[in-house]
Design a binder for this molecule. Structure first.
Ligand code: ADP
Ligand code: MG
Length: 711
């Protein structure tokens, strides 16, 4: 019997849904999470699952059949008819291939079947997924493997319910073809090295967690307007359009009162997410008109990555219910804010919480300072790899533009911590606060205020209390790859730290060795610390003086992926093999080139089929006016009409040249030339926009698109 279909998509958003009981019943009701497992599994199977989920232990496969049976019973009770291994191939999309539970019972009827084998592994035809040369198209086999640490969930539409099982995806030869596998490997690597460092301090953690809280920025646009913009439909961003007189300069949208239509949408998003066990927490207007943010609470990195992908999916689907379209592109509109996805990242243990917690006396908190210095070292050492992890055509437009961090990787620490870094560097130097000699491990400095940092929204990588916020990640990316890179570079530095400390553990040398090590690390790498205005031109110059890389474009950034030291790093920590890494580079380069090609062709088609005809119509109208004035023998109005025709006509005459340039760039397959030609075409059309009659302008303007009105 298929029963009890709750439809988050059509869920009423009246406040009766918001009683504590209703919310409790709603939360996670569509996930096979811990609460559900406890209810549906035997005690011993539940315990074994918990060992894997909470402690990261290897799953005892003998319970697979029981878990599958329980999952099936639960999913059927939720109205599911199908199941799918849900995975994240090497695009920014997710993939799913549905199988029904239905099997004939050989008596003309049916039974619902789902075995341990169905749960653990599937073998979808992988031939049409990007593999970056890992496998040829004729080698079709690919495998998905269940990630038991990320809860299975029910994905719904109005009349369907499908059990989604989060999985990793690999080739027949065992190479990762997805984003989850290297992420899980990087989490294991950084946990291993963190444990070694903690052991040096006499701490034995029950496990080490990598945490991620991903804030998601997005734009909403009325669907009717969206459908009139081929550029938005094809490329996710406007290729034309000039800034309206009022955009975000009044700073009246950021945190402003949320309009009713948008708030109704946000509430429906929250309900859908809570049903899926996604801990959606914060919602608000963002800086640009039409721009918003949603943030869930942080979770283990792989779960948070899955949840962020689900958030993007829910945002897009729920928006349609309100006749809106959600734009996840990094830069849908030029000259106003772009959208990012701030990745709040920390390492923690169940016993200690975040290892980036400064405590009340950070200067004497050896453990904190060790982890702090390690972050500083790894970001400085691998700034280019970190930059590559966020390389995407859309992000090229965002980074370094209106209120977005520049493509220079730097760390914001805040004055207090920077002061401590300075003191450590000058080991034994005087504390600025109390003018006494500071030595690590001696509690002589004044207590720092508990909140040791101010905020800095201009930094790509900011320390924010007990976590780091990687703000340069693009809004449409999955967090998997930037987090994989971050975990791996941190693992490398922690490995070095542990290797230096292990020989002196338990000896009187320990403190001195640690102090020297931190001094060395900070002296070498503190150039990456920058507390000033990252949006300023001065910083670009200062960063160049410091020798920090400033890699402006995606193609340039991706070069680091095939460098021998990157390959060595990824192989050393078992995160990616050489071929897996090179495949990723190849796919990203290819994606970039394909995207620019799509943009250029969309731009060309809009010039031909939308702008040329509209401007032609305007010319015709003015010419008719001129003729009419002349015929009427009037001595006034002629010069106004003629000069208008001349102004518009001069720009009109530019368009054929723009078209030729664009066609040549497309034919040559040169992304940079295509971008240049698109910019030139845009300049001409945007110069025409304020001149042409509003009723003849063929597409919605920025003013119309950026402002959300009631339906
Ligand atoms: P902001 O004020 O920077 O916009 P938000 O409240 O929107 O911050 O989001 C902050 C994010 O950081 C949330 O997802 C939150 O759960 C997450 N976060 C808080 N503490 C930690 C931590 N220790 N590790 C990782 N993420 C954290
Ligand atoms: Mg926020």
């Amino acid at each position: 019997m298929l029963c009890n279909i709750l439809h988050p998509m059509t869920m009423p958003t009246d406040t009766s849904m918001n009683s504590v009981e209703a919310l409790e019943a709603l939360y996670g009701s569509d996930t096979f999470g811990i609460k559900t497992m406890e209810k549906y599994l035997s005690k011993s199977a539940f315990k074994k699952m918990m060992l894997t989920i909470q402690m990261g232990g290897k799953l005892d496969m003998s319970i697979a059949d029981e878990v599958a049976q329980a999952m099936k019973v639960w999913a059927l009770s939720k109205g599911a008819t199908h199941y799918t291994h849900w995975f994240q191939p090497l695009s920014d999309a997710t993939a799913e291939k549905h199988d029904s539970f239905v099997e004939p019972d050989r008596k003309g009827g049916m039974i619902c079947e789902f075995t341990g084998k169905n749960l653990i592994q599937a073998e979808p035809d992988a031939s049409s997924f990007p593999s970056g040369g890992i496998r040829a198209t004729f080698e079709a086999r690919g495998y998905t493997a269940w990630d038991p640490t990320s809860p299975a969930f029910i994905k719904r539409t109005a009349n369907t319910a499908t059990l989604c099982i989060p999985t990793a995806f690999c080739s027949y030869t065992g190479e990762a073809l997805d984003k989850k596998t290297p992420l899980l490997r990087s989490m294991a690597a950084v946990a291993r090295q963190t444990t070694r460092v903690l052991n040096c301090f006499g701490i034995t953690p029950s496990c080490v967690e990598t945490n991620l809280g991903a804030e998601q920025e997005y734009f909403l646009i009325d669907r009717n307007l969206y459908l009139k913009r081929p550029d938005l439909i094809e490329t996710g961003r406007t290729l034309f359009g000039c800034l309206p007189p009022k955009h975000q300069q009044m700073e009246d949208h950021y945190f402003g009162s949320i309009k009713e239509r948008v708030l109704e949408f946000m509430t429906s998003v929250d309900h859908a997410l809570w049903t899926l066990g996604v801990p959606s927490k914060t919602r608000h207007n963002e800086a640009a008109p039409g721009q918003f943010e949603i943030a869930p609470l942080f979770e283990p990195c792989n779960v948070a990555v899955d949840h962020n992908v689900m958030i993007m999916d829910v945002l897009e689907r729920q928006a349609l219910k309100f006749n809106l379209v959600c734009l996840l592109h990094e830069k849908p509109y030029t000259s106003v804010n772009g959208s990012g996805k701030h990745n709040n990242w920390s390492l923690s243990t169940p016993e200690m919480g975040s290892l980036f917690s400064p405590g009340k006396t950070p200067h004497s908190n050896k453990l904190f300072l060790t982890f702090l210095a390690s972050v500083i070292q790894c970001i400085d050492k691998h700034a280019d790899l970190l930059r590559a992890s966020i390389a995407k055509a859309g992000n090229d437009h965002r980074l370094g533009a209106a209120e977005a961090p520049p493509a220079i990787m730097s760390i914001f620490l805040g004055d207090e911590l920077t002061d401590i870094v300075e003191q450590i560097k000058h080991g034994g130097a005087q504390s600025s606060a109390c003018k006494t000699t500071m030595e690590l491990g001696v509690d002589i400095l004044p207590e720092l205020p508990k909140d040791t940092t101010d905020r800095n929204r201009t930094s790509p990588f900011a320390f924010t209390g007990n976590k780091f916020e990687f703000r340069a990640v693009g809004s449409s990316q999955t967090c998997a790859w930037p987090m994989t890179v971050l975990n791996t570079i941190m693992a490398e530095t922690l490995d070095e730290v542990a290797t230096r400390l292990e020989p002196v553990v338990g000896t009187p040398e320990f403190n001195k060795t640690l102090q020297n090590l931190l001094k060395e690390m900070l002296t070498k790498h503190d150039r990456v610390i920058f507390n000033g205005n990252g949006y300023s031109e001065e910083w670009v110059e200062e960063a160049a003086r410091r020798g920090l890389p400033h890699i402006k474009t995606t193609l340039e950034a991706l070069e680091v992926l095939s460098r021998p030291d990157t390959i060595e790093l990824m192989e050393k920590y078992g995160v990616l093999s050489r071929s897996e890494l090179l495949a990723r580079k190849e796919i990203q380069v290819e994606n970039f080139e394909k995207l620019i090609d799509i943009e250029a062709k969309t731009c060309l088609s809009m010039l031909h089929t939308i702008y040329m005809p509209a401007v032609g119509m305007q010319m015709q109208q003015i010419c008719e006016t001129v003729a009419a004035i002349r015929q009427a023998g009037l001595s006034v109005g002629l010069s106004a009409a003629v000069s208008k025709a001349e102004a518009i006509g001069a720009l009109y005459d530019e368009i054929p040249g723009r078209i030729t340039d664009l066609e040549q760039a497309i034919a040559a397959g040169q992304p940079e030339a295509m971008r240049f030609a698109m910019d030139a075409a845009r300049a001409t059309v945007d110069a025409l926009e304020p001149l042409v009659a509003a009723d003849l302008w063929p597409v919605p303007t920025y003013a119309e698109m950026l402002n959300i009105h009631s339906k």
